[in-house]
Design a protein around this ligand. Structure first.
Ligand code: HEC
Length: 122
């Protein structure tokens, strides 16, 4: 029984988002591009975007709400400039290497959500 419980815990944590991987991904301008448009905090930060709300404001959202916004913001604003990180629908001029492939994996999405959830905490 104890072994079974331990297995269940391992299975759950293997799928959960990783805060440190999420932090690294947000900062990675070659992969996520988040900071091209967003700053991390409302105070703004040098070399970060000011086109979109600060990511710290997103901590008010639940993990599910964060997920669906990062996956495809067009569900909430069809005219958004935010890339749909988990969709390949309706895109134009996609480079051959990216055709039919979402920009981020489900695991990366989980990692981002885990990290963004920490931003609003004191
Ligand atoms: C090209 C610019 C751009 C990039 C790159 C971008 N975003 Fe956004 N994002 C926006 C804009 C603009 C909004 C405001 C919503 C809208 O467009 O209506 C937004 C909204 C959001 C929201 C909802 C914010 C809220 O307070 O309701 C979240 C969460 C978010 N972005 C996360 C991300 C993450 C995480 C990344 C990187 C993986 C990212 N964004 C990359 C432009 C961008």
């Amino acid at each position: 029984m104890r072994a079974l419980l331990a297995l269940a815990v391992v299975a759950t944590s293997a799928q959960a988002g990783d805060i440190e991987r999420g932090r690294a991904l947000v900062a990675d301008r070659t992969q996520s591009l988040c900071l091209l448009c967003h700053a991390l905090t409302a105070a703004g930060d040098p070399n970060q975007g000011n086109l979109a709300p600060p990511l710290s404001a997103a901590a008010r959202l639940t993990p599910a709400e964060l997920r669906e916004r990062i996956a495809d913001m067009r569900r909430f604003n069809p005219a958004t400039v935010m890339p749909p990180f988990r969709s390949t629908e309706g895109l134009r001029d996609v480079a051959p290497a990216w055709q039919g492939r979402a920009a981020l994996t489900e695991q990366q999405l989980d990692d981002l959500v885990a990290y963004l959830g920490t931003l609003g905490r004191p």
